[in-house]
Write a protein of this length. Sequence first.
Length: 282
Amino acid sequence: MFLVRHSPDFRCHTRARHPCHYFLVCGLPRCETFEFEASGIYSRFDIHDGRTYLPRMNNHTFGFTKEDPWRIFRIMAEFVDSFETLSQIGPAVTIFGSARTSRSDPYYTAAVGLARGLAKHHFAVITGGGPGIMEAANKGAAEAKGNSVGLNIELPHEQKGNRYANVPIHFHYFFSRKVCFVKYSMGFVFMPGGLGTLDEFFEIITLVQTERIPRYPLILFGRNYWKGLLQWLKTALEKNEFVSPGDLDLATVTDDVQEAIDLLVDYQRRVSPPEARPKAFA
C-alpha cells in the first residue's frame, strides 16, 4: 500500500464526497471513483478490480495529466500493473528485433523457431508486442502453448499490437517498459533491428558490464547483420581504450537457432533464476 500526503489545498473525494488529505494508491476498494481538485485543476479516475484506470495523455479534458507532479500516478500505475503480471510468468527470455521485418524474411522464420524452442523449455518469451520480429517471437511461443508476452507501447507509426501475445501489457512510457524487459528476463536475443533494437542492446550490455545485473546471455543473432557494428566497436572503442578488455565478449554472435536455445537453457541450468534482486532493481 502506498500512502501519499498532499498539500492542504489538495482535496480527494470518493463518490460520497468525503474530503481527505491522503490518497491511497493501492489497497483501494475494488470499484470506486475518485475525484481530485488541486490548484484549480480538477480530474477523476476509476479503480476497478484493483486496477487504476487513468485518462489517456492526449485527453485534454483532464488537466492533471498535463502537470508533472501528477504524472507520477500514471507512471506508478504502469509499474504496479506490469510488475503484478510479469512476476507470475516464470523464467523468461526477451527477443528484440525490427518491427519492419516481413513474414517472408528468413529472420522472421528464425524468430518463430527460436521462440517455439524456448517455450518448449518452459521459458516465457517477452517481446515489444508489435509486428515484424516481435510478432514472429510471440507467434512461436504461442504455438508451443507458452507464455507469449507483448509489452506494447503507443507510437504514432509502426507499433500495433500483434495477435499472438497471450499476455499483452500496454505502456505509455518507454522507460517503464524498458525496466520490465530487463527486470523479468534472464537472457536476451537481439535479432536484426533498427534504433530501438540498438538502444536496448547498448543499455543492457551496459548494465551487465557495470554489474548492475548478472551476466545474462546476450545473443546477437545474424552474423552478417552485426559484423559491421562489432568491427566498429573493436576499432573505435577497444583501440582507444574506451572499454575494458573483454567487454565486447559479453555478447555472443550466432546464426544458429539451436545454438541460441542451448546457450539460454544451459545458463538456466547452471544459474537458475537469481533469488537476490539484481543491483539495478534493489
